[in-house]
Write a protein that binds this ligand. Structure first.
Ligand SMILES: C[S@@+](CC[C@H](N)C(=O)[O-])C[C@H]1O[C@@H](n2cnc3c(N)ncnc32)[C@H](O)[C@@H]1O
Length: 281
């Protein structure tokens, strides 16, 4: 069975990616720029094992800041492949040792990438969106690794983002709409996905597993708070487009976004989990 047939068979119905840039290129470019500013410093530390001369694969690379950084680290003797279902932003990058490929990690043939050939495969803030297919995606990333190669993924417990001070004016309304993160479950996503990465890595046969998580409490007006606001606005726009934005949902968005426009509000960020695993020799 070819890669393509195999993955089509194993692709379960997924709620899919909700922040597509189609029809909102400029705002999504701004949101991803902020994402990179917030997450890149820690992601670079998480990927510090990369060596000059390595072959790396960045899956769902977005605007490509981490692919660009990996290309610097591997140097002239190394190579980086950056994939995404939408390569609009990646195509702006012209870096001699960086190849850009339009590729869906769930359904496109792995032969296009080079199975068994990568020293390092990375993904960030991608797997959460592939609810129902995360194990399939990890297995396909593992297939791309050479024996002994490393997979690194970073993703969040996105259901934990919420104002922290019960005395604050907007606390109750937010929490009533948020329902302990079930706001995500009703849309088909796992509010505590990030913490499951080590168990998923193990099921996919990876060894030498390591895990770290980090979170902070920030002001709404911080870059993280503003990025969260932009993300919620992006998801609201997608629901407007697909017709699922009911009157009740619109009110929930108001309850979630209002505190993010109030600089006096303190907010807990999503814990971001990083997980490392090695393909068996
Ligand atoms: C939240 S963005 C993160 C971008 C980048 N990883 C980063 O952290 O800067 C998720 C990215 O995954 C891409 N994506 C979504 N589903 C995908 C799939 N099935 N295969 C490959 N890329 C996908 C989206 O187009 C988007 O660029």
């Amino acid at each position: 069975m070819s890669d393509h047939q195999d993955s089509a068979k194993n692709t379960h119905r997924s709620p899919g990616y909700r922040l597509s840039a189609v029809g909102r290129q400029q705002v999504e470019d701004e949101r991803l720029t902020l994402l990179e500013e917030i997450f890149d410093p820690l992601s670079r530390q998480r990927r510090a094992l990369v060596q000059p001369g390595w072959r790396c694969l960045e899956v769902g690379a977005g605007r490509g800041s981490m692919a660009r950084w990996l290309a610097q680290q591997v140097g002239e003797q190394g190579r980086v492949v950056a994939t995404d279902v939408d390569t609009t932003y990646l195509e702006r990058l012209t870096i001699p040792n960086l190849d850009i490929r339009r590729h869906n990690i769930l359904s496109d043939p792995l032969d296009e990438l080079g199975p068994g050939s990568f020293d390092l495969v990375c993904a960030r803030l991608l797997l959460f969106w592939l609810a129902g297919n995360q194990e399939n995606a990890i297995r396909r990333m593992v297939e791309c690794l050479r024996p002994g190669g490393w997979l690194i993924d970073e993703d969040g417990d996105w259901g934990l983002v919420a104002p922290v001070d019960p005395a604050h004016l907007h606390y109750e309304l937010y929490h009533r709409a948020w329902k302990n993160g079930d706001w995500w479950s009703v849309r088909g996503y796992d509010p505590t996905f990030g913490r499951k990465l080590p168990a998923l890595f193990e099921r996919c046969g990876l060894v030498n597993l390591r895990h770290k998580a980090s979170a902070s409490v920030v002001r709404s007006e911080s870059p993280w708070g503003q990025w969260w606001r932009q993300s919620l606005e992006g998801i609201r726009a997608s629901e407007q487009t697909d017709g699922s934005l009911t009157e009740e949902r619109a009110k929930e968005y108001d309850a979630l976004i209002t505190p993010l426009n109030d600089p006096s509000c303190w907010l807990m960020t999503a814990p971001i989990h990083a997980c490392w695993g090695q393909r068996n020799f």
